[in-house]
Design a protein around this ligand. Structure first.
Ligand code: NAD
Ligand code: MG
Length: 379
């Protein structure tokens, strides 16, 4: 299988390359292309190790620098949005792992779908912002869409126990994040360092902050809606503190099927690569006796407003999920640059949503324009 990794230098991207390494000699994967953003040193290392024929970065100056660094290899360096789209759609890939963070991942992922290439999807923002356009393109081009988000991979696996019309509820699990149990007053002076410390998962900065605000869970509710064709209100968020149950499906007879494993993104990444086969994994087994217990709670949507806002945007549909997503990307970036406080993230998202009049069935061009407008306004 020829694999292109969009976002190879990130948390998902680097773990995906480790999975490729771990499957060596057992499963045929050739890294055909990789992309990054500014970390060209790491891209150079990856090019030397995995020997892709193509690599892409958004900025032209960095592309020229990278080309110079790897002049002794036969890797061709591409740049800009066109370069990313070319990498995704025209370099002969059988599968594209979409692991760029944020709205920037949407267009190249969509181009890969239109070229008939299977998608392993980590970039949840693609489905959040353009779910209708994206799922239609998936159906039209008859490509396979394999969820890499751990919860959605768990739902995908659990669904094998029944038919889609037999789904009663999707039980989407959440760790609760680093501030589980805290109230608003206690969150007023949260620092970046505290918010970046996730109890169970090590991830990129944006999704780590989204996990602390519960926006990540809200985005995942919308992601599940599109992936599994269910209503927002048929998706119930359950806090599962140990992150062992990655999600569950409750069927019509109230029988619940769950997928469990140690919290590691290598599980969903490997499953997407080798699907429908399961191969021996390097990751540890769950030792249930050592674990002792699993604990469950309802999420606190009053303190963690982002979850409620995302569900609201998901119910409204149209342009609202794109507005919410763009406002959140701007606000999280502001929080990471110490420009706004933790609680202001939800406030910014809420006021941006209030500023727009919704309409249904936006085109891709409209969504790109809305995203750009909110981004250019900044904080
Ligand atoms: P990350 O920040 O670690 O990596 C992001 C990657 O995207 C990097 O390779 C970076 O170079 C690239 N990138 C960033 N901005 C870009 C731009 N403007 N144009 C092109 N490339 C750009 O992020 P991550 O944690 O690996 O997350 C990637 C995606 O996967 C996100 O959508 C996230 O929600 C999803 N996801 C991540 C995890 C996880 O455990 N990290 C779990 C589930 C889902
Ligand atoms: Mg997840």
């Amino acid at each position: 299988m020829k694999l292109v990794i969009l976002g190879a230098t990130g948390s998902i991207g680097t773990q995906a390359l480790e999975v490729v390494e771990e499957l060596k000699g057992r499963y045929d994967i050739e890294v055909a292309g990789i992309s990054g953003n500014r970390n060209i040193k790491l891209l150079e290392e990856q090019i030397r190790k995995y020997r892709p024929k193509f690599a892409a970065v958004p900025e032209e100056a960095l592309a020229a620098e990278l080309q110079h660094l790897v002049a002794d290899t036969d890797c061709k360096i591409l740049s800009g949005q066109e370069g990313l789209c070319y990498l995704a759609a025209e370099t002969g890939a059988d599968m594209v792992l979409s692991a760029i963070v944020g709205f920037a991942g949407l267009v190249p992922t969509l181009r890969a779908v239109e070229a008939g290439i299977d998608i392993a999807l980590a970039n949840k923002e693609t489905l959040v912002t353009a779910g209708s356009i994206f799922t239609k393109a998936i159906a039209k081009n008859k490509v396979r869409l394999l969820p890499v988000d751990s919860e959605h991979c768990a739902i995908f696996q659990s669904l094998k126990a029944g038919k889609s019309q037999e789904i009663h509820k999707i039980l989407l699990t959440a760790s609760g994040g680093p501030f589980f149990g805290k109230k608003r007053e206690e969150l007023l002076h949260i620092t970046k360092a505290q918010a970046l410390k996730h109890p169970n998962w090590s991830m990129g900065a944006k999704i780590t902050i989204d996990s602390a605000t519960l926006m990540n869970k809200g985005l995942e509710v919308m992601e599940a809606k599109w992936l599994f064709d269910v209503e927002i209100d048929d998706i119930e968020v359950v806090v599962q503190r140990e992150s062992i149950i990655h999600s569950m499906v409750e069927f019509a007879d109230h029988s619940v099927i769950a997928q469990m494993s140690k919290p590691s993104m290598k599980h969903p990444i490997q499953y997407a690569f080798t699907y429908p086969d399961r191969l021996v994994a390097k990751e540890d087994r769950v030792d249930f006796a050592a674990l002792g217990k699993l604990t469950f709670y309802a999420p606190d949507e009053e303190t963690f407003r982002c979850l409620a806002l995302a569900k609201q945007a998901g119910r409204q549909g149209g342009i609202m999920p794109t507005v919410l997503n763009a406002a959140n990307e701007v606000a999280v970036d502001g929080f990471l640059r110490d420009s706004i406080g933790f609680l202001e993230i939800a406030e910014r998202v809420e006021s941006e949503m209030a500023a727009w009049t919704n309409h249904q069935d936006p085109t891709l061009e409209e969504l790109i324009a809305i995203d750009g407008e909110i981004r250019s306004k900044g904080l």
